[in-house]
Design a binder for this molecule. Sequence first.
Ligand SMILES: [Ca+2]
Length: 282
Amino acid sequence: MFYSPLLGKLTTSLGIVLAVSGQAQTDWNLAATGIDSNGIPIPEMTSTWVYNIVSSPTGGVPPNSPSHIVDSSGWPFPHWRANTTASQWIAPHPSYKSYRTTGITDPQGVHVFRTMFDLSSLDFSKYGFLLRLHIIADNSLPDVLLNGISTGIKIPFVPGNFSEFQGPFDILEGFISGTNILDFAVSNNFSSLAGNPVGLRVEYEARKTLGTISMGPIGLTNTNLFTLDTSPGVRYDLQSNASGVSNQWNSTGLTLVGDGGTMTGFDPAGFSTSKTYRVIIK
Ligand SMILES: [Ca+2]
């Protein structure tokens, strides 16, 4: 395993990924919690099918119920991070602030929140996809599944841990052309209080990626050519996630064709000019 500080991916796969940023979430119909697929915040206390609850423990809402954007005018706020225009808390019920009189709460156990996004416009013959997640869960997150397969993303139970996003967590594999399904398994752990909501908060960064290059234990084993998009605002990151070769780019170097120069280390800023670069990796 190798942890890359550039993209924060934890992986066992071997390779390098060139990632392209600047893709709006709405390109993929991908919506943060509490935000509709057009990027507009959904009013608090209303229901939404952007995330539905596909399963709950005994005593929870029925299977395939909508989630609700949670009323932030009382408890569990301000223990829960404040809702913003970027994301809001979702839960099975619209409000928990009067739980002492209403008895509205959620059972202990795993509740699965599901959302879908559409990659039918992505040309998988040219691109891959990177999905970076920032998550807060009440109370913990045993798993996130992409198209039914575990991504290994977890957030352990830490009492009162509702104010800061955890992550970033990156997913680079398992996407399919067309509709993709993300399932967030959220565990409601703490049961000693009468009021015990389960809640989820997720924000995303989504990027197209340019290819994966295999490399051996010593050096790059093949040569690849990419045409980089130099449109304004497009930025390139590079990730080496092969075990023990984190300095691969420094030792082998990049030759920038068209610039006439040789770059001996990777410098993302080097790709930020308006020149047309082709990158040859050798
Ligand atoms: Ca809880």
